[in-house]
Design a protein around this ligand. Structure first.
Ligand code: GAL
Length: 380
């Protein structure tokens, strides 16, 4: 996938003739009228319009129910939308059934964070057939037909993870690294890995670091991630110097295994999502870093895009989409909002608390209270 910044230009053209005044949205490049009807001069207010949101699962990351659901609820309400937000619990049949229910209930826009590209693309096609525009939220459905994509720069997420591992192992010539990656069915996992390798591959090639093994974990299943890591560690004679874990859930499973062998705190581990568990592990010194993705920004962007599409206001929707990404499977450009991730180590955990994504009381627990005090993280 290549991310290309395209300035989407919108020109509203006022034309008058025969006493009629019409407003035509002249599309700039990459514009596509949403299947939910084009822009009209008398677009109804989005207030109270019913929209649907389907989140993928819960077990892969605490983010979906802990961050995305409450923040999407608030953001959709702020846009005056009546949002039905459900979680497919990692079950693709349930994902499809939830979509069917939302479509038949008359949602005007469907927002989906797909479990796999295939089931995401199938849902987008069903919605399109009913004239309902769809937005890929956080995960792009390769080969899909969604009108827009809202996420973070996911290759940048991976690059931050790779840089974290490089920093943690700096000067340790030939340090041995195991990579525990996300679901091969999640396009984001591929992007994270690509980003990691943009930093680590040159270090593997030069011999500065040694890649012992790299394993993708189906469904981001944290338990499978832990047992897989233990097998790889054992196969390497119990030796590892650093672990690239693609999110905090997998990092936690890896740290449980390291702790079993008395290696926790000596072997840097990366993560992603700045979950309460991940931040606690960083404060304890068991995890080296995580990637903070301000989900409020992602939820707000998705809600604004949803409100524009609910009104059939293509011009406003396109103006929100500041870039586009290549869907290499569908061979198409997808108008996108790509947000900026941040690397968080022990010294910057305070940032995540100050921005409100987690509270001090969620992470400054037990003997971590003293650490929080030293870092200026106020109990709250
Ligand atoms: C990814 C998401 C990450 C990660 C993972 C597990 O698609 O972008 O935040 O946590 O799913 O849910």
């Amino acid at each position: 996938m290549r991310t290309r910044m395209t300035a989407t230009r919108r020109t509203a053209v006022l034309a008058a003739g025969l006493g009629l005044t019409m407003v035509l949205a002249a599309c700039g490049q990459n514009a596509a009228a949403p299947s939910g009807g084009g822009a009209t001069s008398a677009a109804p207010a989005a207030g109270g319009v019913k929209v649907g949101v389907i989140l993928p699962e819960t077990q892969s990351s605490a983010r979906w129910e802990g961050f995305d659901k409450p923040l999407l609820t608030a953001a959709m309400q702020a846009e005056g939308l009546d949002a039905d937000i459900q979680n497919a619990q990692g079950d693709e049949q349930k994902f499809s059934t939830l979509a069917d229910g939302m479509i038949s209930s008359g949602v005007k826009v469907l927002v989906i964070a797909s479990i796999t590209s295939e089931s995401g693309a199938a849902v987008a096609a069903k919605a399109k057939a009913q004239g309902i525009p769809t937005i890929d939220y956080d995960r792009l459905s390769l080969g899909g037909t969604s009108d827009y994509y809202v996420s973070f720069d996911n290759e940048k997420v991976g690059a931050l993870q790779g840089q974290g591992m490089a920093d943690a192992l700096k000067g340790k010539q030939g340090a041995q690294v195991i990579e525990i990656e996300g679901a091969p069915t999640d396009n984001n996992a591929t992007l994270f890995h690509n980003g990691q390798l943009s930093v680590l591959q040159p270090l593997y090639d030069s011999g500065a670091l040694k890649l012992v093994a790299s394993q993708a974990i189906p469904n981001w299943d944290n338990q499978v991630g832990g047992t897989t890591f233990e097998q790889l560690l054992t196969a390497n004679g119990g030796k590892v110097d650093g672990v690239v874990a693609a999110n905090d859930g997998l990092a936690g499973a890896v740290i449980t295994v390291l702790t079993k062998y008395g290696l926790n705190g000596q072997v840097p581990v990366t993560g992603q999502d700045a979950t309460p568990d991940g931040l606690q592990a960083i404060l304890r010194g068991d995890q080296y870093m995580t990637v903070y993705k301000p989900i409020k920004q992602e939820a707000d962007a998705a809600a604004k895009l949803t409100a524009a599409l609910a009104k059939g206001d293509t011009a406003a929707a396109d103006a929100l989409a500041t870039g586009s990404v290549d869907d290499t499977k569908g061979n198409r450009q997808v108008k996108s909002v790509l947000l900026t991730p941040q690397s968080i180590t022990k010294d910057s955990v305070k940032t995540v608390v100050d921005e409100g994504q987690v509270t001090a009381s969620e992470i400054c627990v037990g003997n971590l209270q003293a650490t929080c005090q030293q870092l200026g993280i106020n109990a709250g």
